[in-house]
Design a protein around this ligand. Structure first.
Ligand code: EPU
Length: 341
């Protein structure tokens, strides 16, 4: 039997450290417990919210439904061929511990995604990515429970419809499935390193590392993240608050005339991705503090809670930033963080 807490603040399960009050809350450790929680929600006609590591969510008001924290644990492996192994993590496994597990076994593919906060189960939701790698690059499959049919379905990469910080589960599949387990196809040998990110190359050169190991890469990524991104245990935040916007080549050329040094990445179909951090910094927001909230001093993409803030304050700050960036660059920033209203 699972227990439910009523009118509880689950702030400690989220990384923004703002009040996060919900009508009902429960933690589930097995599929049976999840079933039980879903039955209760159905019976009481409660809206549902699934919580993983709470690292990409902002509560701006009381959630009038049932929050289910998924604590399913376990890592399993199955051989695929001589060069590959399929490693599966239950939804409640902490992402960065899972990455370290893979590195300790010398399985390659996830090392660039070291130290990303959150749980394995939510990693496919927004196709988490950093330093030139996204999970879709090594994704094998996932198992998800259909809330309507209560059947466990397997999703192959094409069914997940991964895009930049996007997936089926954030769009058509939203509120329809609960991800239970995620599997990755990793290399056992002949690892394909992705060390094209400038800061990684520079550091390896400095340290005279010519043939890095998975551990070297992971340690380097951890060092870069720690130097740029605030630790949620110290300063409440949810990583990138906005997505990097994609604009047309035509719009980009106009911008480039005015700002010749604007950083950019060329995508397919003449689309250009611009770092939102640059836009926010050049709209004058980097390191700015307003009351109890602000824009991180080392990475303008990250909004922070300096202590005691509410979700509404963070949200209002994001709204002002969106307006300023729109006014200055005619680009509409989109939030990456899930907002609970
Ligand atoms: N930049 C600025 N000012 C800033 C921040 C960035 O000018 O305050 C410019 C710089 O030119 C820099 C460029 O933006 O060279 C790119 O910055 P960075 O390498 O830090 O990456 P990002 O595009 O800002 C993305 C991800 C991060 C991920 C990094 C590294 C998104 C929304 N964010 O940020 O993801 O760690 O790349 O790969 O795509 C997260 O999702 O929570 C997250 C932190």
């Amino acid at each position: 039997m699972i227990t439910f807490q009523e009118n509880t603040d689950i702030k400690k399960f989220t990384t923004f450290n703002v009040p996060a009050v919900c009508r009902y809350f429960t933690e589930v450790y097995s599929l049976e417990e999840l079933d039980e929680a879903l039955d209760l929600a159905k019976e009481k006609e409660l809206p549902l919210l699934f919580l993983g590591g709470g690292s990409n969510i902002l509560f701006t008001d009381i959630f009038q439904g049932l929050v289910i924290k998924l604590n399913l644990k376990g890592i399993t492996e199955s051989e695929e061929d001589e060069d590959h192994v399929v490693v599966s993590a239950q939804a409640g496994e902490e992402w960065s511990a899972f990455v370290q597990y893979c590195i300790s076994k010398d399985y390659g593919g996830l090392e660039n995604l070291s130290l990303i906060p959150g749980n394995a189960g939510t990693s496919p939701m927004q196709n988490i990515g950093a330093y030139g790698v996204e999970i879709k690059d090594v994704f094998h499959s996932l198992k998800a429970l259909s809330i309507q049919t209560k059947k466990v379905e397997t999703f192959t990469p094409d069914l997940c419809k991964f895009g930049y910080r996007e997936s089926f589960f954030k769009n058509e599949g939203k509120d329809k499935y609960v991800i239970l387990e995620v599997s990755f196809r990793l290399t056992k040998k002949n690892h394909k390193f992705n060390i094209s990110y400038g800061a990684i190359q520079e550091e390896f050169k400095k340290k005279d590392i010519k043939t890095p190991t998975l551990k070297d890469i992971s340690e380097q990524i951890i060092q870069i993240r720690q130097s740029k991104l605030p630790d949620p245990k110290i300063l409440g935040n949810a990583g990138s608050f906005f997505k990097n916007p994609v604009i047309s080549l035509e719009q980009f050329q106009k911008l480039q005339n005015e700002y010749p040094h604007i950083p950019h990445y060329r995508l397919a179909d003449s689309q250009i991705k611009i770092p939102a951090g640059w836009l926010i910094e050049h709209a004058g927001w980097k390191g700015k503090k307003t009351g109890r909230v602000g824009v991180h001093e080392k990475q303008a993409l990250v909004l922070v809670n300096y202590g005691g803030a509410t979700g509404k304050e963070i949200y209002l700050l994001s709204e002002t930033i969106i307006q300023d960036v729109k006014k200055k660059f005619d680009i509409l920033l989109q939030r990456e963080v899930n907002i609970i209203v």
